[in-house]
Design a protein around this ligand. Sequence first.
Ligand code: ADP
Length: 598
Amino acid sequence: MKFTPIILPVLIASLIAIFLLAYTWQRRTMRGARPLLPLLLGIVIWLVGSTVEGLFFNYESRLFWSNVQYIGIVIVPTAWLVFSLYFTDRAAILTGRNIALLSLMPLATLILVWTSPWQQFFRISLVLNTAEAYPFWEWVPGPGWIMHTIYSYLLLISGVIILAQAYRQSARLHRRQIGVMLIGAIVPWIANIFSVIVRSPIDYTPIAFLITGTAVAWGIFKVGLVEITPIIRKRVIDEMQEGMLVLDEQNRILEANPAVLHMMDVQDDVLGKPIAEVMARWPELLVQFQDEVHAQAEISLPMAGQETRYFQISLSPLHNRKGQQTGQLIMAHEITQQKQTEISLTKAKEAAEAANRAKSTFLATMSHELRTPLAAIIGYSELIQEKSELWGYEKIIPQLGQIGAAAHSLNGLIGNILDLSKIEAERMDVVCSQFCVATMIQEVIANIQPQVDKNGDKLLLELADDLGEMNTDQTKVRQILLNLLGNATKFTHEGTITLTAVRQTTSNTILFTVKDSGEGIPNEMMAQIFQPFVQADSSFTRVHGGSGLGLAISSRFCQMLGGTIAVESKLGEGTTFFVTLPVILPTQETAVAQGEPS
Ligand code: ADP
């Protein structure tokens, strides 16, 4: 046994291979690492055998270690094929029977190599040439060796073809990795050719295979596939419900998952085809997204002989490491069902709105019809009241007064219902006129004063000097203020009610504030106070009257005049309503945009 420098390359390669095997073994739980282990083991046996053989100079020892190398030599091509199958998600082919079939030839080779009677079938003659400084084998290969070699090359080529296919089909992102593996796989061929041309006493093929093993290990451990191999990614992409399309710079399809093929209703192989060809049925879509790189949109795809399908799609650019755009990613999510629900909901809503308008129209007409007999009741009860004294029926005067009051209250209620129905039936008109704000306020005060006095309240007025004139619907402004002041006195006893009006020059609006020191509004009521028929306490109605329509009407009026209404209140302390109205009635579109009730 003697160390000669000529074995140095295989010795170093052996050490690297052992390290790589140990490294991979430690990381065997990582996906893709386990199928690499047999390949590395084969390479280690081959290299170690080659190194130890190089330490001996006698025939027997060299033959023994040469034969040891064959264990590795037969493992490597088989393990390479197995790895390629695993890596490309074709491991299902590797049934027990297929593994046994694959192992037949390697086992036969080992039997031929290791058993002396059959040795000659493998090597017809074998002589150790010791004439030169370093001994080398001179031998004539037998038919066994030729078969073994052809078989090994077949396995190696199959592995390369499998990886090359994966390279073609995979997204750009994985190509680099598979590309490195492919180059690694081709190195042994070059080494083999090299060994044949330059007749060296040392066979460099196992070193070349070590390069293959290293390239593969690098692909698995270093290129961002530590957690997930391309295959797992591919599987996720294949199984997800979202459609995924990857296009290259020329808008050719690089990747398309089954979901997207199903969405587009195509069965053929679309990889490599231009998107314009695959989506030729929807030319308007192609035009729409022609120059888009970044977009979110809802699209509809009319399907021949089927219902139109709807999708939510998002387009985003894909970049390489240098930041240049290399393609585009399109994700699609089917929303046909939601869309259909939406369409039927819209239809139902439209129908409900139509029904509501019909109801309001009916109410408006009815209210109008109710008012006519009511006017007769009010008129005649007043007339009889006047005549009663004359006729000597003083006793019934209070009852007649009650009839009159009840009829008045009913008249007010019908008036409110009529207003609200008109608003909802969109039949309430806005009549614009120019008027003096202070005068309008004085008229309102004159109207409400008797009620204020009746409740023992004090009404304070704080009017700015520059109120000037307004050009809007005076009747509606008056009604808003009357409603608010009416409520204020209704819910305040022996307290103070303050009406303030200021002109806000920047927004050209007038802010009316109606403040009372009454009972206040409970918190939970505040949100719905402007809804029709809402009252803080319905048992109250009997005491205070009212129908819960006043604020709803006031709020709708504010909206119609392009203004807003808001409320602040503290239970037990009082309530303040704020009404902001434009001095000049805005045009209809702006009124709708500004006038959301608060
Ligand atoms: P109603 O005809 O019942 O007064 P409104 O729409 O005018 O109808 O008012 C609805 C409810 O809001 C009232 O029933 C009352 O509970 C509450 N509310 C309105 N204004 C005041 C206020 N100034 N103080 C206390 N509560 C108020």
